[in-house]
Design a protein around this ligand. Structure first.
Ligand code: SF4
Length: 467
């Protein structure tokens, strides 16, 4: 087998430990990975990262094709002779061992590798320790670690077992004047899509029935890393909201998207919703409807286009639930601006709405804006706004009486009502279905119910299969 310095160093170091017997016993039990490292110093560093991770997880490194249970080949693709050398190394590893994972620069041209060697286990590009480790875990499970294995793969969660938040990015590239999140958390930093999908997979394995995708700006997901393609479950996914939705839809649970700004590519989610692959639900913070106020807020997008988009989305997915949040009484908001907001509310007929009276946040640029709205007027407008929305919500919920729908049981409320949610209700922020019957239902159960009543924000449902 070809060698690299770090490979030799690590394997020899393990053999030469002060207690050869115990080390060899450990090494005998540990799954063994062979490693071939080709190419430049950058590739060498990638090899070091993978080897370090392998050792940290308890794998042994083997210099022997027969002894290794799997071989990783870190390739070079810089010039033709390097490509040929890499391809030969892959061929040799396949002949001598049979189980081969390819990474590195040649791996970025995966069709070249796959065409010549269709039986390699996985191919990744360079600088892809996590993807390589994922492929190794799939084909050679990591050894039991009595300390780390006490922590569930899904991590420690603060939500009930049946739903979980899935954070896909941190920070934000916008500069909304009322917000200091970009100052606190920096610009957009997206998590690679394979990491997010793997976390989601672990959560589902641990019993999660509903995944709630969250970030500061979900529509912008992956922009900062140029929507880099990653591999998960032997499929290529771009680090992009649409591909993320496609990957999550394979997990067989409810998938709900939050903080989705109405950019044009949001329409790519609508067919997935219409086909039942993700929930027909969009949480879309709009904050206002008056162009003047939106300009003062420095919000992205144009509100008239948003109305057009909403109509198109509903045409293609009539069951779509739209949730939004608004700020009332922003500095400079006139009666006319507020009326535009009320008009928008009537026209958009949003299903779920949250609203707040503007209040200054230390460090926000909006604090310096002229013409603050007096607090009493802010509260009057807020009340007016919420009453208008309560009427829209009550009308919409009344139309659901008599319909049959699937609900996810959340459990007992403080006053001992059994509560559930439909696809239209996110936990904590939207309404609930108060179950009439179904005394044996548990949190996390899916039930079919018929809606028998409605209030301003909640529904009452009778389970169809209750005894
Ligand atoms: S309000 Fe949202 S979009 Fe605007 S800066 Fe803050 S986090 Fe970004």
């Amino acid at each position: 087998m070809l060698k690299c310095p770090s490979f030799d160093h690590l394997s020899v170091g393990a053999m030469n430990s002060s207690d050869p017997n115990s080390e060899s016993k450990k090494t005998n039990q540990a799954p063994k990975v062979g490693f071939i490292s080709l190419g430049c110093p950058k590739a060498l560093v990638d090899s070091e990262h993978i080897l370090t991770q392998l050792r940290a997880e308890g794998y042994a490194i083997s210099t022997d094709y027969d002894e290794a249970q799997l071989v990783v080949v870190n390739t070079c693709g810089f010039i033709d002779s390097a490509v040929e050398e890499s391809l030969e190394a892959i061929g040799e590893a396949l002949d001598e061992n049979g189980k081969v994972i390819v990474t590195g620069c040649l791996g970025a041209r995966d069709s070249l590798v796959q065409d010549r060697y269709p039986n390699v286990l996985a191919v990744t590009g360079p600088h892809a320790t996590a993807e390589v480790m994922q492929a190794i875990h799939r084909h050679l499970p990591k050894p039991h670690d009595p300390f780390m294995d006490l922590v569930p793969q899904s991590g420690i969660k603060l939500t009930p077992k049946h739903y979980a938040y899935l954070k896909i990015s941190e920070g934000c590239n916008h500069t909304c004047t009322f917000c200091i999140i970009p100052d606190l958390r920096g610009p957009l930093a997206s998590r690679p899509v394979d990491k997010v999908l793997q976390e989601a997979h672990h959560l589902v394995q641990a019993g999660t029935k509903e995944l709630l995708v969250v970030s500061q700006d979900t529509s912008a997901y992956g922009l900062d890393i140029k929507h880099k393609t990653q591999f998960w479950n032997n499929q290529a996914f771009k680090t992009h909201m649409t591909d993320l939705a496609k990957g999550l839809s394979q997990l067989g649970v409810w998938v709900r998207f939050h903080y989705v700004y109405p950019y044009p590519h949001v329409e790519e989610l609508i067919p997935l919703m219409a086909e039942g692959k993700i929930l027909p639900y969009l949480d879309m913070p709009l904050q206002h409807a008056s162009p003047n106020v939106l300009k003062a807020m420095k919000r992205p997008g144009k509100i008239d286009r948003t109305l057009d988009r909403i109509q198109t989305w509903r045409k293609h997915c009539p069951e779509l639930t739209l949730r939004s949040t608004f700020i009332v009484g922003f500095p400079g908001e006139t009666e006319q601006d507020f009326q535009m907001l009320l008009d928008f509310l009537q026209e958009a007929q949003l299903d779920r709405v949250g609203a707040f009276a503007y209040s200054p946040v230390a460090g926000a640029k909006a604090n310096a804006l002229p013409n603050p709205v007096p607090e009493t007027l802010q509260q009057e407008r807020l009340q007016h706004f919420m009453e208008a929305q309560a009427q829209i919500s009550a009308d919409k919920l009344r139309q659901k009486i008599g319909q049959r729908m699937t609900v996810l049981v959340d459990g007992l409320s403080e006053d001992h009502l059994l509560l559930a949610r439909t696809t239209a209700d996110a936990p904590e922020i939207d309404g609930v279905v108060i179950l009439d019957g179904a005394d044996t239902a548990q949190a996390g159960d899916f039930l079919e119910v018929e809606i028998s009543g409605a209030t301003e924000h909640d529904l009452i449902g009778v389970p169809l299969n209750s005894e």
